[in-house]
Design a protein around this ligand. Sequence first.
Ligand code: NAP
Length: 503
Amino acid sequence: MTHVHDAVIVGAGFGGMGAAIQLRRMGYDDLLILEREDDLGGTWHVNRYPGLAVDIPSSTYSYSFEPNPHWSRLFAPGAELKAYATHVADKYDLRRHMRFGTVVDGARWDEDTSVWEVTLEDGTVERGRYLLTATGFLSQPRMPDIAGIEEFAGDVVHTTRWDDDVELEGKRIGVIGTGATAVQLIPKLGNVAGHLTVFQRTPIYVSPKIDGKVPGPVRAAFAKVPLTQKAARLAGTSILEVMMVAGVLHYRNMPWANAIGKAACERHLKRQVKDPELRAKLTPDYDFGCKRPTFSNTYYPTFLKPHVDLETTAIDHVDESGIVTTDGRRVDLDVLVLATGFNLWEANFPAIRVVGREGRDLGKWWRDNRFCAYEGITVPKFPNFLSLNSPYSYSGLSYFTTIETQMAHMERLLTAMRERDAEVFEVTEEANDAFLDRMTELLGNSVFSAGSCATARSYYFNQHGEAVLLRPTSTISAHREAARFPIDDYTFRTAKQPLPAAG
Ligand code: NAP
């Protein structure tokens, strides 16, 4: 048999690196991190579209144990996130574990050896005692199912595959989509396009962005007295937490918090767009929070420019020279930008085929039943498997809260393994079912269940109509549970012991 690594981690973004740091802290040094891209950083390596920036304050959007005093702005540009990822990989000596340009085909649990067999696209097999998938929530681009795109004679670019060689200056550019990505990109395109047409299907809530350069003395204070940056982080996290927990997750009990968020966005739109017809087109008809809101001061004003159009008639098809709308009008284009987001529920959960005990196929099982992972991280019949991008795993608004909650769960779980001299863990079906019941009940209070989300077309909802991406608890309670969950929710055994009875 070939070498068995302590762990195989799929994905070298912030999630995979956080997990690797946790494993290294616990003494697991034989790690193999497989990454399909040619460098680390995940979303911050892949995305390079103009205007890319973090839309969570940077002091919050970073590891709490690795603060970066050098962020240039309150909301740092994408390149700084990529540089931060590189810094973390170097400082924590993670690069030597990483193998780039390596596409994972799938993983299968071998019951005889209690080892994960990970098959790569070229047919080779890597083995690991533990398998961790850290493939991101938004890593499988969605190509729109619009007829004729392949007929278009100009350039077609999806935002995740930005091509700097595509000429934009003075061109007739069409953008499909008005999600958070488009909100960052559209003002930049508006500055260079000869003509810009934005095809909007569903408007998005946009709130003012309180951004700005971080002054030198503040950066110096962050570097010299890390406590000052911790305070800034706490402030950022608390604001996001109030928005998320009170306004979105506790909607039924605190509708006023939701109303504050909605009013802030509506005031912003009213202030920036005076034309009632244009304003009506940009106004969402679903509740605040059904879909992820975003922040921008330059998005709405872009539509006031004479060479920018907002098109709200549905697209019928694309042809060689542009887009034809359902009322028969055509918009001729040189460049077509697809800001059409990601395919979470069909292609991302999970992003690779994972087959556990008794041949249980994770993707099929989730789709045929209900999407659930115990505490957003483990699944029954998938021994020694940590699924870092799972239903109910996303906690709060900054991904780093999720990452660090999962690191805490790993610490408790793997410590319990050691204390028992065990080699295999598996969450019980009962614990998973009880967790799902609790999350389902809590979701009843959220805007997703109690609000009006039918027209939002939000990627928070899966194909069963359930909004199971976000964990409907506060981040504090998620973190507390990660550190204190009942250890009996897992079974532990040595590799040679009989497998747990089929449940
Ligand atoms: P998204 O929110 O899913 O938006 C995709 C857009 O494409 C939507 O407006 C959607 O319209 C439209 N669309 C998709 N298929 C279409 C079709 N066939 N015809 C017409 N329109 C179509 O994706 P995203 O903007 O890439 O953002 C995804 C997430 O990435 C964000 O919510 C955020 O979490 C994250 N993000 C973060 C940052 C950051 O700075 N941290 C920046 C950008 C993005 P419908 O709404 O009608 O479906």
